[in-house]
Design a protein around this ligand. Structure first.
Ligand code: MN
Length: 464
């Protein structure tokens, strides 16, 4: 399990008795938080009293591969020059929790000993100054630590910190490169690794074809059984479906062997494959594997990271493409989809496996999952490369039921309302340079994206 270190600041000035009390109190708080916060273990660390101790524990946090972030809290006053060297070596996200052990003041008994023991109002301001002076992008959460709102924000920090840790180690496989001449899906892969940790590499489609060719009939039968628990067979063309099942098995083997968490493909480079991966890409996305079509590595990696962030929450998260509109005045709707690749996490009912021709790419008719989309509040998140920096664009959307059946549309579709209204939402997206590929989530909120942007020092534009 991933960990958050909980580090309490103090100093030697107050004597042994006070420090003993600080340790007892902070242990009790950590054991409470550990019970309340999911996905990570909150680990109590001994009270920091000096510059050396601060540096030691923050070096330890930075070096510990299972530690995804640090929570600091000043129980007493803790002069902040002692935090400088530690904060300079900290490489993990920081949450500064501005709270108290006691909720209310003991008005009848309060004396100077109590004041000296419980002075985070004082000590956390001192700590905050040095973070600001050092230019540290951190999350500050103020409030009693048992308050629901405070716990929610600590949970969000844990979710984002886990996603950042995952991002740091994420490997992305590009089968084929960026679609020829397309601008917005391209980007600086070196800068992506510097900024987000994404190790993005090109793989020849031939390596994948070799794995596809090696898949056995027994493996195909087993996988097909597994798929038919989730999906409805709605085609007689079993051979086309089995071809996609081979791709699923080959993807799983390739990703496991190369430690891959996200991938791209392109219909322009499918040499040796009979079909464009449709059902196969959809199945991969449903497992939280990032996917971006047409060589869109940024959307693919972002999808994997946001799926990690959303782990443990209700809702759906995956890639989608802006496709076409219903521009009926005042009731404008967007229809999002793709040539084939829409994740079944968006399915409102059991998806059907169908086989239809594909107009682009000159390959055999591919099998794909077809379904109508879910409803609910969501966000669409796009990442673009501005040349000097990356920009996130995050728009509020309202996923809606399609007004009518679309019996001739051979792909899965999701419909939504652009917010606050069509003109403002679409115009601002276009001014911001947002792509036609995005990661859509009904599990995450703009607050999650804001925190991710802040902690990764990424520009972000909100629309909604
Ligand atoms: Mn596309």
């Amino acid at each position: 399990m991933k960990k958050l270190y909980f580090i309490t600041g103090s100093q030697d000035l107050y004597g042994e008795e006070t420090l003993k009390q600080v340790a007892t109190d902070s242990k009790e708080m950590v054991s409470f938080l550990d019970k309340e916060i999911n996905k990570v273990e909150i680990v109590w660390k001994p009270t920091v009293r000096s510059s050396v101790e601060a540096e030691d524990v923050l070096i330890e946090a930075s070096a510990d591969k299972d530690c995804v972030g640090v929570i600091t809290w000043m129980h007493t006053f803790s002069p902040a020059k002692m935090w400088i060297k530690g904060l300079q070596v900290l490489t993990k996200p920081l949450l500064h929790l501005h709270t108290q052990y006691n909720r209310a003041l003991p008005y009848k008994s309060i004396d100077m000993d109590f004041m000296n023991l419980n002075q985070s109002a004082h000590g956390d301001r001192e700590f905050g100054f040095i973070c600001t002076r050092l230019g540290i992008n951190r999350e500050v959460v103020a409030g009693y630590y048992k308050n629901e709102g405070v716990l929610r924000r600590i949970q969000r920090f844990a979710d984002v910190a886990c996603a950042m840790n995952y991002s740091h180690n994420l490997k992305v496989a590009m089968f084929g490169n960026n679609m020829r001449d397309v601008a917005v899906t391209d980007g600086d892969r070196v800068e992506s690794e510097i900024r987000f940790g994404w190790n993005v590499n090109y793989y020849g489609i031939g390596d994948f074809v070799a794995l596809v060719d090696a898949v056995t009939d027994v493996e195909v039968e087993e996988k097909l059984k597994e798929l038919l628990l989730k999906y409805e067979m709605a085609t007689e063309n079993l051979a086309a479906v089995k071809e996609q099942v081979k791709y699923i098995i080959a993807f799983e083997k390739f990703f496991a062997a190369n430690d891959i968490g996200a991938f791209t493909d392109t219909f322009e480079d499918l040499h040796g494959l009979k079909q464009l991966p449709g059902l196969a890409s959809q199945e991969m996305m449903s497992k939280g594997i990032g996917f971006g079509p047409e060589g869109d590595y940024k959307t693919s990696a972002l999808m994997a990271v946001l799926c990690k962030m959303a782990e443990g929450r209700d809702g759906a998260t995956a890639f989608l493409e802006d496709y076409t509109y219903d521009l009926t005045e005042g009731e404008e709707l967007e229809l999002a989809s793709h040539m084939l690749e829409v994740s079944p996490v968006f399915a409102a009912s059991k998806p059907e496996i169908q086989v239809h021709p594909l107009g682009i790419g000159g390959k055999a008719d591919p099998a794909r999952l077809v379904f109508d989309g879910i409803q609910g509040k969501g966000i669409a998140v796009s990442m673009i490369d501005m040349g000097t920096h990356f920009r996130l664009i995050c728009a509020d959307i309202e996923l809606t039921k399609q007004p009518e059946e679309m019996p001739k549309l051979p792909v899965a579709r999701v419909m939504w309302k652009i917010l606050p209204d069509f003109a403002e939402g679409a115009e601002r997206w276009i001014y911001a340079g947002g792509a036609h590929h995005a990661v859509v989530s009904t599990a995450l909120t703009k607050e999650d994206i804001a925190l991710f942007a802040k902690l990764t020092d990424t520009e972000v534009v909100f629309i909604g």
